[in-house]
Write a protein that binds this ligand. Structure first.
Ligand code: COA
Length: 322
């Protein structure tokens, strides 16, 4: 039986930091409001000339070094993102070209904040099938390009970044299970109103900003993230005691706390980065994973539960032994 196993991780955050104090000068808000409602203290913002693929390349190089692989080894690239450089070609091919990775399958998946979980789950299946020997899997966003900086209800929440993992075959898990889901009936609670076949001409004319019903998103997020985690545990006959670390999507500290409480998971076993990264959408889970590994909390052999929730709504989990 072939399993897939994380051989290395990396993350990249743009240099520029936007603090709550900076935001106080931009919109009618306060550090106190942002901290108490979201837990966020700062977020990183990409520079004008940075593209999402640049963030990916930086994170990928670190993950490849960590895994001890070279560009010649990579035979699959999957990127979860909602903010690709271009409509096409897909961002994975742009990364492939920038890094000099030889010809291989390269594609992106769009599942909003669940993008990385969808990407990792897909790569797992390629490896298990025997088709892929070394996958580069990335979650990345320059989501702040979609922000209306005058809309205080959304502009305080988001940040940019990229997280990458190298996935390789192994005789032992590795990834134990993945579960993906979506329910399109919630489309109108969280969306961006401009696309290729919808309203493209309106882009840049003022109505192109993230549309979000914060309260309703909050409630469904807590319910779904709790259920997603439970689904993964039930499918494997495990209990919360078997999980060393929960690595949830980092949207809002209150959502993370409420989910942990619902599950009965102590916050000490939950990796939290939302305070310093903000909501980086598809980049949040792989960056949180990398933070936990590099600061020494997450150790080889430990059991991790990764989960995310995002626009669509989409959701998913990956249960793995690191
Ligand atoms: N600063 C100050 N006041 C703000 C504000 C800001 N940045 N943003 C909104 N407010 C105001 C509102 O206008 C409202 O004022 P009113 O009562 O006079 O109308 C008040 O604060 C309360 O707004 P409300 O939306 O009820 O706050 P909340 O406690 O629900 O917190 C969110 C708002 C957005 C932080 C919260 O709903 C949330 O995190 N939702 C989930 C969002 C999310 O995670 N999205 C991504 C999912 S992947």
């Amino acid at each position: 039986m072939i399993y897939s196993r994380i051989a290395g991780t990396g993350r990249y955050l743009p240099e520029r930091i936007l603090t709550n104090a900076d935001l106080e000068k931009m919109v009618e808000t306060s550090d106190e409001w942002i901290r108490t409602r979201t837990g966020i203290e700062q977020r990183h913002i990409a520079s004008e000339d940075q593209r999402t693929s640049d963030l990916c390349v930086n994170a990928a190089k670190i993950a490849m070094e960590d895994a001890g692989v070279t560009v010649e080894d990579i035979d699959l690239i999957i990127v979860g993102t909602t903010s690709p450089d271009l409509i096409f070609p897909n961002i994975a091919t742009i990364i492939q070209h920038k890094m000099g990775i030889p010809a291989c399958a390269a594609f992106s998946v769009e599942a909003a904040c669940t993008g990385f979980i969808y990407a990792l789950s897909s790569a797992d299946k390629f490896i298990r099938s025997g088709d892929t020997k070394c996958a580069l899997v990335i979650g990345a966003e320059i989501i702040t390009k979609l922000i209306d900086w005058e809309d205080r209800s959304t502009c305080v929440l988001f940040g940019d970044g990229a997280g990458a993992v190298i996935l390789k075959p192994s005789d032992e898990p590795g990834i134990i299970s993945t579960h993906l889901g979506a329910d399109g009936q919630y489309k109108d609670l969280l969306y961006y109103p401009v696309g290729v076949s919808n309203n493209l001409a309106a882009a840049g004319l003022g109505d192109s900003r993230i549309m979000m019903s914060g309260n309703e998103v909050f409630k469904v997020a807590v319910k779904t993230l709790g259920a997603v985690a439970q689904e993964a545990l039930d499918a494997n006959g495990l209990s919360l005691d078997d999980i060393d670390w929960l690595i949830p999507h980092q949207a809002n500290l209150r959502i993370i706390q409420a989910t942990a409480k619902r599950l009965g998971m102590p916050m000490e076993k939950v990796i939290q980065t939302v305070q310093i990264h903000g909501n980086t959408s598809a980049a949040s889970v792989p960056m949180a994973l990398d933070v936990g590994i590099r600061d020494g909390r997450i150790k080889r052999g430990q059991t991790l539960l990764l989960e995310a929730f995002g626009g669509g709504f989409t959701w998913g989990s990956v249960l793995l032994k690191y």
